[in-house]
Design a protein around this ligand. Structure first.
Ligand SMILES: Nc1ncnc2c1ncn2[C@@H]1O[C@H](COP(=O)(O)OP(=O)(O)OP(=O)(O)O)[C@@H](O)[C@H]1O
Ligand SMILES: [Mg+2]
Length: 324
């Protein structure tokens, strides 16, 4: 399987300024702290972790809305830093995103036809005519289950689920290789969530598009992902095949996260672990393993030495002194 997009040792540190002395940096928020993973063609990489652990920052780094402090991104095997202007334009068309709240990402004053057409108009490398664009909009709306008859309507005339379909159409129209889905189904009712996830899976099958699926909710991640990264305070603590991680839950953080979130699968629950304590700040990280202050299995070494991700099986890594 070929890797389409690869993140290597990505760090994103945000400087924290002294409130009184202008431009004096007093420290850094380590929002993303040495993260590596790849997205494969036609596959889904799920990213889970508590609020503030750096998931959206990773999305922003991939979308080049934030410049990484360190590390590199490779697209089809080539580092983005070496891209020429045309290659960069292709990259921006190839990597699309759908966010949680379609009401803020869809311009309320634009008609759906124009919203969906906009990326194509901006990136009109194929010099499509007006009627070509109208046809493509109609076809893409049909693909996401919205009747093209409604393309003259405004976003507020649609339900939340339909608006998310429109946001998806806007992402699909340029024929992307990757779509970042940052909490894209999180705000929807469970039944609507299921419909959108089925649509996403059908589209993936049909178009061979890769997804970066970001969520808090483990049930959705489980349904969508082929591979999974469990993130805690800027780092991946467990990384591997989604099914295996959900079954094994090797890292104490993964165990805690999953037992807190998925009591609906009694046969899968191995031990009931409850996440207690505050999440420490990404500004003032604990020494050693960043999870140790909340870990019920912490040992002396855990407060002293930061564990690296180590192989526990093929393509499966865990960062914990208990393993391997
Ligand atoms: N532009 C910024 N400047 C300073 N700090 C930032 C900035 N963007 C994000 N952060 C901080 O970086 C950390 C990671 O934030 P991020 O939004 O990536 O988390 P998240 O995992 O997406 O959370 P959520 O699940 O709530 O969406 C947080 O501590 C956040 O406050
Ligand atoms: Mg986020």
């Amino acid at each position: 399987m070929s890797s389409l997009l690869e993140l290597k040792n990505i760090k994103e540190y945000f400087p924290v300024m002294n409130a009184r002395i202008f431009q004096k940096v007093v420290g850094y928020i380590r929002a993303v702290d040495d993260v590596s993973f790849s997205l494969n063609e036609g596959r889904t990489f799920g990213l889970v972790g508590e609020s503030g652990c750096g998931k959206s920052t990773i999305a922003k780094v991939i979308l080049q809305l934030e410049k990484p402090t360190a590390g590199a991104i490779y697209f089809r095997g080539k580092a983005l830093t070496g891209f020429k202007r045309g290659e960069m334009a292709d990259y921006h068309a190839s990597v699309q995103a759908v966010f949680q709240d379609p009401t803020s990402s869809l311009n309320p004053r634009m008609r759906v036809a124009d919203i969906v057409a906009e990326p194509l108009v901006i990136n009109n490398s194929q010099n499509n005519s007006r009627s070509d664009i109208t046809d493509m909009v109609a076809q893409t709306l049909m693909q996401v289950g919205i009747s093209p008859d409604r393309s003259k309507c405004f976003p507020h005339e649609f339900s939340g689920g339909q608006r998310q379909r429109i946001a998806l159409a806007r992402a699909l129209i340029v024929g992307p290789g990757v779509i970042i889905l940052d909490e894209s189904v999180s705000a929807l009712d469970v039944s609507i969530q299921a419909q959108i996830m089925n649509l996403l899976r059908d589209l993936q099958e049909e178009l061979n598009v890769a997804y970066l699926f970001i969520a808090h909710d483990l049930a959705t991640v489980k349904y969508m992902s082929h591979r999974l990264g469990v993130m805690y305070l800027g780092k991946l603590l467990e990384h591997g095949p989604a099914g295996k991680i959900i079954e094994e839950r090797i890292h104490p953080y993964t165990k805690a996260l999953f037992s807190a979130a998925m009591p609906s699968h009694p046969d899968l629950i191995k031990e009931e672990v409850v996440l207690t304590g505050e999440v420490p700040s990404a500004f003032d990280l604990p020494e050693g393993c960043r999870f140790h202050p909340r870990c019920d299995r912490a040992m002396k070494i855990c407060s002293e030495v930061e564990p690296d991700l180590k192989d526990v099986a093929e393509n499966y890594q865990v960062a914990c002194h208990l393993y391997p």
